[in-house]
Design a protein around this ligand. Sequence first.
Ligand code: NAD
Length: 244
Amino acid sequence: MRLLGKTIFITAAGQGIGRASAEACIREGARVIATDRDAALLAGLDADCHALDVMDADASAALAAKLPDLDGLFNCAGFVANGTILDLTEKEWDFSFDLNVKAMMRTCRVFVPGMLRQAEKTGTASVLNMASMASSIKGFVNRTTYGASKAAVIGLTKGIAADFVKTGLRCNAICPGTVDTPSLRGRIAAAADPVQAEKDFIARQPMGRLAVTDDITPMVVFLLADESRFVTGQACLVDGGVTI
Ligand code: NAD
């Protein structure tokens, strides 16, 4: 029970890495506040479930006002834009930055004051931000907008970590490799040749397979738990060896 007694808020907990993380945190004894734009996807989670579109700043603030101070915040929501710099539109660029970076910044601003109170009381609190191996860590074809936005997540993370390093509040980013989730399946299905697309996603993983969500959740739990108390400001890779 590595998260016993902790209250942990998770965005995009309806499916994929967010849901698996919510389940892992529940297994480790946390009280999980699970949120997703699509509330129906939260069914079956043994958590305090709320509909939340992270793009809606007022809704985030209203929800935060009703909740206790958090021990942990996992900002998981994000969108994968496809294409080179020659394909992208400014509208798509803005959408990716609004969701992947600005909404994350706002969620942090809403919850960090309470987390600082919690850190003062307990000595520790942890913000975890979803970045990606496909960002400043490594470039990938057709991931210019995505990589730029996830690199910004790493910058946001390091800024928060540096500003509050003396308080007990830590902030890290997690950088997964290619994970088999509903949205990855959607990207495969949307490709001109889905069979080849799946082969290509697998080929960029040196272990010869996609990650499953529970390849990623142990790092999520570690970074939210007190055992990572000396880790802050890091972009933590769980990438199956891509960046060897
Ligand atoms: P997914 O895309 O399959 O599911 C995303 C969930 O986010 C859905 O439940 C959806 O309803 C919710 N969501 C979408 N927009 C939202 C919003 N505005 N507000 C609240 N919820 C919203 O999940 P995934 O593939 O596990 O991706 C989750 C995160 O992990 C993303 O930030 C993604 O960039 C990142 N990531 C994914 C991979 C991968 O290969 N799957 C790799 C590295 C990083």
